[in-house]
Design a protein around this ligand. Structure first.
Ligand code: EPU
Length: 461
């Protein structure tokens, strides 16, 4: 790779770490105006970034289409560039060509400096061990929504034969005897740990059986990519994934699955603002659980071939009880945007958060704006729940309707941040939302989309 291209990508990654995409970090919103219009969602953040890492496993170039222009993608592009992967933009918007022919080691300090606020670097472990025999992974960023440990990842890597040493700024890994297939059972169907196992097992010697795997649509899409590259992976009943290691993988051509978190966020914005938004690119199957809840709350939707129309059909919104869960349950990432609509529902809604320990921090700002949300940090200990979950859970009890009024609020994390935008859009009067750069980690051009939907705001780019 030319030094110039490499430097551009590295600079990009550095800026991403500093929340690029936006030069200003605050937006002034005049609320009370329904969102109307059409926007398009692009490829899923939680697939595209992993698909880029998968390209590292191949001996031939890969083509990834529908890549969102978000800062998490820039961080991964920068890290791949540091490791010698040549990334160029293709002809269509959002098309990346990734050439891993000259993978090379990078300096720990550079990796550390460019890893930014993403959690994706942990997924470089298996691919780098296969390609280079060693890896350094910096301490991880990501949203502050719980402890977010990496023990499942490290335990799985050890099963494959990796030796892991804790360094002051991260971990370094080697595989003195190569990586060998393993029988692994995850303590919980973790998305990231399942991806870790997939990205490691495909080139490991022998067979790997993964029990209690996550089966999110983004994971199935990653499996499709790996199969295109030459991997042999069977998704079996009851969360079992069986992988037969192969000696070499080639490249892939793939269009990333749509971002169902982004789609759900705009749907929630349409409902809360009493608007009507057509989300181009959204698909029904991956959103079935969300659509059921959306309908129960009082929202309406129409599924078309090229997207889904979400709107408020008039009438009162209805309170609901939701438990977040792994797929095919109600995603943890969907609850924050929907909470704003629930402040408008007539009665008491309850959300049990069972995936993360700390994902209701964003509700403080909503209360400041007039909502009535009580967070039970230790959950509600409701033993009648359908399935026994984990040791921790939090519950939020939302009593509505409570009209929101404009306030100055600060974005705490990605999805909570989008919920703050929705709150400001629905509130009476003016709100100042600060720290909005975080939102560009996962929402492509959300400022442009707000404009397209007729929102009334001031943002100095
Ligand atoms: N966990 C552990 N140990 C581990 C790994 C996970 O205890 O080694 C715990 C986590 O602390 C958490 C639970 O297991 O309580 C689930 O974590 P998981 O590994 O499934 O999540 P992740 O891979 O870190 C991805 C998405 C999240 C999304 C979750 C659940 C990416 C980059 N992130 O995180 O997305 O909420 O799966 O679907 O894919 C977001 O997009 O805003 C976001 C946070």
């Amino acid at each position: 790779m030319g030094n110039e291209t490499k430097q551009i990508l590295i600079d990009d990654a550095r800026r991403a770490g500093e929340r690029v995409g936006l030069t200003s970090d605050e937006i002034i919103i005049n609320g009370g105006k329904p969102l109307h219009g059409r926007i398009e969602v692009r490829g899923a953040k939680n697939l595209a970034t992993k698909a880029m890492v998968a390209a590292l496993l191949g001996t031939k170039p890969s083509v990834l289409r529908n890549v969102p222009n978000i800062s998490d993608v820039r961080v991964v592009a920068g890290l791949l560039a540091l490791h010698g992967v040549q990334i160029t933009k293709g002809e269509e918007p959002g098309e990346f060509l990734l050439d891993p022919s000259n993978v090379e080691s990078a300096h720990m300090a550079d990796i550390d400096a460019h890893a930014g606020s993403s959690r994706i670097p942990i997924l470089f472990c298996g691919p780098l061990l296969h390609r280079l025999g060693e890896a350094f992974i910096p301490d991880l960023g990501g949203c502050r929504i719980g402890d977010r440990p990496i023990d499942f990842h490290l335990d799985a890597l050890r099963e494959f034969g990796a030796v892991i040493v804790k360094e002051p700024r991260g971990i370094s890994l080697t595989a003195p005897h190569g990586l060998k297939g393993a029988n692994i059972e995850l303590p919980y169907p973790s998305v990231g740990a399942t991806e870790q196992v997939l990205l490691t097992a495909v080139l490991a010697e022998g067979q790997t059986e993964l029990k209690n795997a996550a089966i999110e649509p983004e994971i199935i899409d990653l499996i499709c990519i790996l199969q295109k590259m030459g991997a042999i992976i069977n998704v079996e009943p009851n969360r079992v994934i069986f992988i037969e290691g192969v000696e070499e993988l080639g490249g892939y051509k793939h269009r990333a699955i749509f971002d169902r978190n982004e789609a759900a966020s705009w749907a929630a914005a349409a409902l809360a603002t009493e608007g009507d938004v057509f989300v181009g690119g959204a698909k029904q199957e991956e959103m079935m659980t969300f659509l059921n809840v959306f309908r129960k709350v009082g929202g309406a939707f129409e599924v078309e071939d090229d997207g889904i129309r979400f709107y408020h059909p008039g009438g009162e919104l209805v309170p609901v009880t939701i438990e977040t869960d792994v797929h095919p349950g109600f995603m943890t990432d969907w609850q924050q945007p929907l909470v704003v609509a629930l402040t408008k529902a007539n009665g008491v809604s309850t959300i049990h958060e069972t995936v993360y320990e700390n994902r209701f921090g964003f509700t403080d700002a909503l209360n400041k704006m007039g909502a009535n949300i009580v967070v039970h940090k230790d959950g509600l200990h409701d033993y009648t729940r359908r399935v026994a979950r984990r040791d921790f859970e939090q519950a939020a009890v939302i009593t509505g309707p409570t009209p929101l009024v404009g306030a100055e609020i600060e974005v705490p994390d990605l999805r909570g941040g989008f919920s703050h935008l929705i709150a400001a859009l629905t509130a009476k009067g003016q709100s100042k939302v600060t720290n909005v750069g975080i939102i560009s980690r996962g929402y492509e051009d959300f400022i442009g989309k707000l404009t397209q939907l007729g929102a009334d705001f001031i943002f100095e780019a």
